[in-house]
Design a binder for this molecule. Structure first.
Ligand code: ZN
Ligand code: ZN
Length: 342
């Protein structure tokens, strides 16, 4: 079968590889669509990822398809069934799984190899995070379940709701999902991004205000002016993943407010905060990572009945040979169809 294989920084090759066979408890799916992701762009630039193993390595992690082969002991699905799969699953037995914090699982199992005609789904994912794909769901949307689930999980980490003001820094795919989620919870969302088209999209996704990205004290002051009484936001979400934006997030929140650090900074990053507003202002600074089986199910429900035009986030379908070029030049979501459309 044809598969994209990662060989190193900037080096991904379309190869003919043996068709994967499912071990006990596993499933192999025939890919309907994979989806490009900014994480894959990062992996391609770096040529590695802590969870992906040594090169050459299978590549891509957002995928939906039809069950092509079942390993021993798999029940509940049959060959030909359409499924959505998450890109990971928790182990169900470590300390963090036991205390119901599965996003912190010490033995997360990841799926890699979405950019291929056939994809092997590891046993923990089959068990916890593989769901039937409902008939009415566009498979291109189904391939986006992972990034949406990450946003939904992040939103569960904070309390802001009805009548609160949320400032979201970053209007990429995640910033848009978070806009839709927090607006549905009753927040007045102000999305900050330098790109006008992202600000316009945020309006369609439920934002009531938009602003350029604040980069300095005058930018911060100008965003704060949009919040009630100029006090600052009840919630600030950093969805960019840069240390300087993490710092600005803390400048934008009101006393007693919450900051959600959603965007992951490069490994080894440090951020310096003034202690005064954190201590005297009783700020809540909250991290979030990845998703949970609950968020995956929530995401599937939301994809079935999207509150806003999620399809807006998805560009033209491409083939496997176009993935590397797309990842190198654009952060947009592009559905990947490994075989010719028939
Ligand atoms: Zn992703
Ligand atoms: Zn675990």
């Amino acid at each position: 079968v044809r598969a994209l294989i990662l060989h190193g920084p900037g080096d991904v090759r379309l190869e003919d590889v043996p068709a994967p066979r499912p071990a006990a408890g596993e499933v192999v799916i025939e890919t309907d669509y994979a989806m490009t992701c900014a994480t894959d762009a990062k992996i391609l630039r770096n040529g590695r990822h802590p969870a992906i193993g040594p090169c050459p390595a299978p590549f891509g992690h957002e995928v939906t398809g039809r069950v092509a082969a079942l390993g021993a002991g798999v029940t509940g699905v049959r060959e030909g069934d359409a499924v959505v799969v998450a890109n990971s699953a928790p182990c169900g037995s470590c300390h963090y799984c036991a205390i119901d914090r599965p996003s912190l699982c010490e033995n997360l199992t990841y799926l890699w190899g979405a950019y291929a005609e056939r994809v092997r789904v590891p046993r923990p994912i089959v068990r916890a995070n593989m769901l039937p794909r409902p008939d009415g769901l566009d498979p291109r949307m189904a391939a986006m379940i992972e990034p949406l689930a990450c946003a939904l999980h992040g939103a569960t980490r904070v309390e802001a709701g009805e009548g609160d003001t949320a400032v979201i820094l970053g209007g990429g795919v995640q910033g848009q999902f978070l806009t839709a989620r927090l607006a549905a919870r009753g927040c007045a969302v102000i999305l900050c991004d330098p790109h006008p088209e992202r600000r316009e999209r945020a309006r369609r996704f439920g934002a009531t205000g938009t602003h350029d990205a604040p980069r300095d004290p005058s930018g911060v002051a100008s965003v704060r002016e949009l919040t009630p009484g100029g006090r600052g936001a009840d919630l600030v979400v950093e969805a960019v993943g840069r240390p300087e934006t993490w710092r600005i997030a803390v400048d934008l929140v009101r006393r007693g407010g919450e900051v959600l650090f959603y965007g992951g900074c490069p490994l080894g990053s440090d951020v310096t905060f003034p202690t005064e507003p954190l201590h005297y202002g009783e700020l809540r600074l909250v991290g979030t990572y990845h998703h949970t089986p609950h968020a995956i199910r929530q995401a599937l429900e939301m994809l079935m009945d999207p509150p806003v035009p999620f399809a807006d986030l998805v560009g033209e379908t491409i083939g496997l040979e176009e993935v590397a070029g797309t990842l190198a030049t654009s952060g947009a979501k592009r559905p990947v169809r490994p075989r010719d459309l028939t």
